[in-house]
Write a protein that binds this ligand. Structure first.
Ligand code: HPA
Length: 278
């Protein structure tokens, strides 16, 4: 059995040899959304490859580095690229970056991703604030011995997405005039996209969008007592159509197109979060 706590502490020691920066918020940038990291007041960047024992993404369009710096007054650690369960990493390793960022000091986790729309009122290019999640189709990242120092054995997932942070997202979007949908995110293992029957099933189960990340990360973060919020960029309608099968390139292209608005929304929301007292 891997000792995940030791792995995380080893990674933390290596990071601490490079920087003593203490982030308050952690931000994960999904497919096609990585450009936000170029806009912050950068203090340091650390490539995942520089950290022994840290999982490295193999997906095209994912850069694979931490960027540390400030958005407004908020000290942030940004992940430009994440690892996914479908790459073959076990779930506790997929969420190792979350554990590490929490150990560095992050209290807030801001998750972003590209996702397939299931709710028929959604269109490609829409933004969806994640109000809740369905993780039942992937293994829990908490399976295995519980690390008491991280959190409890049976943590509640009653409120995964923090009400106050969600309120800030909604307010910010409204102030900027950026339409913001909201809904339930469902995680699959991937890497295949969904069949038409699966999309229909997920809709009946209460999902508004589907993707291959995020829910497991939110569980690990909640386990460690972080406050979480998230936005999906709806890059396509899930399932696609037989005349026009969905491709990863298409997902990235739509996410890239939506990126300027997305950047504005995320940046302003984080500036607002820095102004709030928690
Ligand atoms: N399904 C699953 N994951 C995704 C999709 C999708 O349609 N689009 C972007 N990520």
């Amino acid at each position: 059995m891997d000792n995940w706590e030791k792995r995380v502490e080893d990674c933390l020691l290596q990071v601490r040899e490079k920087t003593d920066f203490v982030p308050k918020a952690a931000l994960i940038l999904g497919s096609g959304l990585g450009a936000l990291a170029d806009e912050i007041t950068c203090v340091e960047s650390i490539s995942y490859k520089e950290i022994n024992g840290f999982p490295v993404s193999t997906v095209a369009g994912h850069k694979g580095r931490f960027v540390l710096g400030y958005i407004g007054e908020m000290p942030v650690i940004i992940m430009q690229g994440r690892v996914h369960y479908y790459e073959g990493y076990p779930m506790p390793e997929v969420v190792l970056p979350i554990r590490l960022m929490r150990r560095m000091g992050a209290e807030i986790l801001f998750l972003t991703n590209a996702a397939g729309g299931i709710n028929p009122t959604f269109s490609p290019g829409d933004f969806m604030m994640i109000s809740d999640q369905i993780s039942s189709f992937v293994p829990s990242p908490l399976i295995g011995p519980n690390v008491e120092a991280w959190g409890m054995r049976f943590p509640s997932m009653d409120t995964v997405y923090d009400k106050k942070l969600c309120g800030i997202l909604k307010d910010t979007a409204q102030r900027l005039g950026i339409p913001l949908k909201q809904g339930v995110y469902l995680q699959t293992t991937g890497p295949n996209y969904e069949s038409v029957a699966e999309v229909k099933m997920f809709g009946k189960l209460g999902a508004d969008a589907v993707g291959m990340s995020t829910a497991a990360e939110a569980i690990a973060a909640k386990h460690m007592g972080m406050r979480i919020c998230g936005i999906s960029c709806i890059s396509n309608m899930a399932g696609g159509t037989s005349e026009n099968p969905l491709t990863h390139e298409e997902v990235n292209a739509i996410a890239n197109k939506a990126a300027p608005q997305f950047k504005k929304l995320v940046k302003e929301a984080i500036i607002r979060m820095a102004e709030e007292r928690f």
